[in-house]
Design a protein around this ligand. Structure first.
Ligand SMILES: [Zn+2]
Length: 72
């Protein structure tokens, strides 16, 4: 996924928003055209994301899975 600064003067894709889009988000064919949105909507979207993706308690990514082969 790739987010870029929107170079075209297009309206924000969010419903009810009349701002000019500032960012474009390439969906790589998920929907045909890139999703474009303004700074306000980006912030709102980010708020939503951060609410949904509550950071989990940090667990050690390194599990002690080393099986030591004991050479007898
Ligand atoms: Zn907007």
């Amino acid at each position: 996924m790739k987010m870029q600064i929107c170079k075209n003067q297009v309206g924000c894709d969010f419903y009810g928003c009349k701002n000019v889009a500032k960012y474009s988000f390439s969906t790589k064919g998920f929907i045909r055209k890139d999703l474009v949105f303004c700074e306000d909507c980006m912030k709102k979207m980010f708020e939503c994301f951060s609410k949904q993706c509550v950071p989990k308690a940090v667990e050690s990514p390194f599990k002690n899975k080393k099986s030591k082969k004991e050479i007898l």
